[in-house]
Design a protein around this ligand. Structure first.
Ligand code: SAM
Ligand code: SF4
Length: 466
């Protein structure tokens, strides 16, 4: 399975794997050994789509060598291109859209028995509950994504999501709670709730509000942390802002995409807020929760973006001082309204603007990280650090380097101090206090410490001990 794209695709790929298990398919890291290759795709930007087609093209050789190999394409590119993918790539067997995941096992069985090719891109108005959520997760994981709603009704003019993921639709709260309980039973300690605009959760279907859902999740025993993404600034409610103070498991981090600092461009993007409204919400968040980490998305080079508009984005970045951001060069997407806008910005100009955004952000991220040197942070241990995973840790005499995140979503790599009493076997999923001794632009480094955290964690955050 190859997953390209956002957290929602990661979640969908897990559902796909669970659905194929009864057909005796197991995940393998080796393409050469696979009997079935599923590519879960992303269409959000032109670059992501190019990546999909270049990977699919490379699979032709494998299919020539092993004609029984089944190759399927799912996700947003599958939804967008449908049967055209099979015409373009004769070595593929299956195209299944974003609403066809539940039907995938049956499609694979049909291909095996009838040696046919299948395209299924039928969409539904209502979200179909995943059939495969069943038994939590088998591998030991500390953090997991949980999709709470799909699709989007906002139609930002640059965005393909409403066309490839369909209309907004929320899952029922009891199904979400049941899924999280099962994850927690299998060892998960942190969940990230996923939706394109979580603030409008349940409104259309008259379910509970998003904050009510958060409250119910907050009550699940043994779950330690809750995150969510993404929150649309126009719908960020006072109720949700207050939840950062009220709900002790809700992490002190919000991803609040601004996209542009220019009101003229925000209007052309159909974002339905102004920079002033955005800044007001940031003030409210910081008043309620002074140390909250704020991250954002920025698009540079939207059609008609002048140097003055772009400067306003840089100015807004200086006013907010984001903890981190994702910045993208605008690219035309099929069906999205901005395709028809005049004033397309050249590749060179977009590249130059992107670099300016990244350089400025690098300054703020590095400065914010440096300020944490010497502090004690509460970290949820997610596993061994990436560096540690690369070295041979069968050597028992070697000291293990662990990794986790703060409530504010900063990655911390660390060693256990000599007086740390948790054994290596007990580290995963535990909350530990770490003294930050070194800071880098994208991570922090330190050692566990028995002292109380220096405030930035969640209030009264405690490990769940079985
Ligand atoms: N629903 C989220 C919101 O409203 O902010 C965003 C979801 S989208 C999957 C993630 C990010 O991709 C967007 O916030 C935007 O910055 C970026 N993006 C979307 N369409 C784009 C395009 N055509 N060109 C460049 N970046 C794009
Ligand atoms: Fe796309 Fe806008 Fe919906 Fe986000 S809110 S998914 S950017 S249309």
């Amino acid at each position: 399975m190859n997953t390209i794209g956002c957290q929602m695709n990661v979640y969908d790929s897990e559902q796909i794997a669970k659905g194929l298990k009864p057909l005796h398919y197991e995940i393998t890291a080796s393409l050469e050994k696979a009997d079935l290759i599923i590519v879960n795709t992303c269409a959000i930007r032109e670059k992501a789509e190019q990546k999909v087609f270049s990977f699919l093209g490379r699979l032709a050789g494998l299919k020539r060598k092993r004609p029984d190999l089944i190759i399927g394409v799912g996700g947003c590119v599958a939804q967008q291109e449908g049967a055209k993918i099979l015409e373009r790539l004769p070595h593929l067997d299956l195209v299944f859209g974003t609403h066809a995941i539940n039907r995938l096992p049956a499609a694979v069985q049909t291909i095996v028995s009838k040696k046919c090719r299948i395209v299924d891109i039928q969409m539904a108005d209502r979200i179909k509950e995943p059939d495969f959520v069943a038994n939590g997760c088998e591998a030991k994981h500390v953090t997991r994504f949980v999709t709470i709603m799909q699709g989007c009704d906002n139609y930002c003019t640059y965005c393909v999501v409403p066309y490839v993921r369909g209309r907004e639709s929320s899952r029922r709260p009891e199904n979400i709670i049941r899924e999280i309980r099962r994850l927690v039973e299998s060892g998960v300690r942190e969940v990230t709730l996923l939706g394109q605009n979580v603030n409008s959760y349940g409104k259309k279907e008259n379910l509970c509000t998003f904050v009510e859902l958060l409250r119910r999740i907050n009550d699940i025993d043994a779950l330690l942390r809750i995150r969510f993404t993404t929150s649309h600034p126009k719908d960020l409610s006072q109720e949700l802002i207050l939840a950062f103070n009220d709900l002790h498991k809700l992490c002190r981090h919000i991803h609040l995409p601004i996209q542009s600092g220019s009101n003229r461009i925000l209007k052309m993007m159909n974002r339905k807020y102004t920079r002033e409204i955005y800044l007001e919400k940031i003030d409210k968040l910081r008043n309620i929760c002074p140390r909250i980490a704020i991250t954002t998305d920025i698009i540079v080079g939207f059609p008609g973006e002048t140097r003055t508009d772009f400067k306003e984005t840089l100015e807004l970045m200086k006013t907010v001082e984001f903890d981190a951001l994702f910045a993208f060069q605008y690219s035309d997407r099929p069906n999205a309204a901005a395709v028809r806008l005049p004033g397309k910005i050249s590749k060179e100009e977009k590249k130059e603007r992107l670099q300016q955004v990244l350089d400025l952000q690098d300054y703020f991220t590095t400065r914010k990280n440096k300020a944490l040197k010497g502090s004690i942070q509460t970290v949820l241990v997610e596993g061994l650090s990436k560096k540690q995973n690369r070295v041979n840790h069968s050597d028992k005499s070697q000291r293990l380097q662990w990794s986790g995140r703060t409530s504010t979503n900063k990655i911390v790599n660390f060693f256990k101090n000599d007086d740390e009493n948790a054994s290596d076997e007990d580290m995963m999923g535990r909350l530990v206090n770490v003294k930050i001794l070194k800071t880098f632009s994208h991570s922090l480094w330190g050692k566990t410490d028995s002292k109380e955290p220096t405030d930035v964690g969640l209030r009264g955050e405690k490990s769940y001990v079985t």
